[in-house]
Design a protein around this ligand. Structure first.
Ligand SMILES: *[C@@H]1O[C@H](CO)[C@@H](O)[C@H](O)[C@H]1NC(C)=O
Ligand SMILES: *[C@@H]1O[C@H](CO)[C@@H](O)[C@H](O)[C@H]1NC(C)=O
Ligand SMILES: *[C@@H]1O[C@H](CO)[C@@H](O)[C@H](O)[C@H]1NC(C)=O
Ligand SMILES: *[C@@H]1O[C@H](CO)[C@@H](O)[C@H](O)[C@H]1NC(C)=O
Length: 268
């Protein structure tokens, strides 16, 4: 296999894994997760998404899934909403310990943001509250943050994979994931879509999975003092690819529930 030029020292890896918010999925990862989600939307959810998308999206949800990264300096308050701040070497997620900004303000983190924007979108049909929130922004934030909460430690892995396996073409990777979703992952995918206790969205569970995976895979075989090469990245690729697919399936499931429950509320 050709070297794709992604070599890191162990210390650099530890830095990237432990400093929250530095290493994201980047545009490619968010685009991929949202593109997968598009394929799973119900008619109702699709219609709501079309109505809420800004004109610049030209009807394509995936095209605005990095918006939340683009505005993070303009909307300074949104910066802590991209991650949870789990202490070094802890392998689980706890709300009280991990969900806060760098000043210690509770509830400023990605899981709380996912609840926040899901709640806002659930008012989609409620004309009384129509003006309280910008639901276009709520949709763009939610679509991005469901990606973020599935992140493991990934940008370079995705870039490396695109070069090595997908001819530098994101469409090829998306198609490979879609194919797995209709074959190898078909049964798994229906369970990914569900939340325990029939909740509309369950970001705490998604965050726990990400942290557990990071503990299990990010450090293993990364010996202090060593240099990490393609072998390290590419052996982790299946984990990252599955996370992209899970994020897509779960974003669609969340939007489907959010916009379907409204129909019931509206009829009631
Ligand atoms: C909830 O959404 C509003 C509107 O975008 C925002 O001002 C607030 O900071 C958000 N809070 C969280 C925790 O996401
Ligand atoms: C809602 O947010 C979008 C994106 O920031 C913006 O373009 C639009 O003008 C906002 N709509 C209202 C009514 O403020
Ligand atoms: C597809 O699924 C197989 C079997 O689980 C896995 O080995 C492979 O890496 C997956 N491919 C992608 C693109 O996720
Ligand atoms: C979840 O919802 C489904 C469909 O509405 C219902 O049949 C099922 O009993 C619910 N399960 C729980 C645990 O509430």
């Amino acid at each position: 296999m050709n070297r794709s030029g992604l070599w890191l020292t162990w210390a650099e890896l530890v830095f990237l894994v432990l400093v929250p918010g530095i290493l994201g999925w980047g545009k490619e990862g968010h685009y991929t997760a949202c593109k997968i989600a598009e394929g799973y939307l119900t008619e109702e959810a699709f219609a709501a998404v079309q109505r809420l998308l800004p004109d610049s999206a030209e009807g394509d949800l995936a095209s605005v899934c990095s918006w939340a990264d683009e505005i993070r300096f303009h909307y300074w308050w949104s910066r802590p909403l991209h991650y949870v701040d789990t202490p070094d070497f802890r392998c689980n997620y706890e709300f009280l310990r991990d969900c806060h900004d760098s000043y210690g303000h509770e509830g400023r983190c990605v899981t709380a943001a996912i609840f926040n924007y899901t709640r806002q979108l659930s008012m989609y049909h409620n004309s009384v509250l129509e003006s309280s929130y910008n639901l276009t922004e709520a949709l763009m934030f939610l679509s991005h943050f469901i990606g973020d909460v599935h992140q493991v430690w990934d940008t370079m892995i995705i870039e490396s994979a695109l070069k090595t396996f997908y001819d530098k073409d994101l469409t090829n990777m998306i198609q490979a994931l879609q194919q797995n979703l209709t074959n190898a992952w078909l049964n798994d995918a229906s369970s990914w879509a569900n939340c325990a206790k029939n909740e509309t969205v369950c970001p705490n569970a998604f965050a726990s999975e990400s942290i557990t995976l990071a503990c299990k895979f990010a450090y293993r075989n990364a010996t202090p003092g060593s240099t990490l090469g393609d072998e390290y990245f590419l052996s982790r690729l299946p984990v990252v690819e599955k996370r992209l697919a899970q994020a897509g399936v779960r974003l669609a499931a969340t939007l489907n529930r959010v916009f379907a429950s409204q129909v019931k509320i509206a009829k009631a």
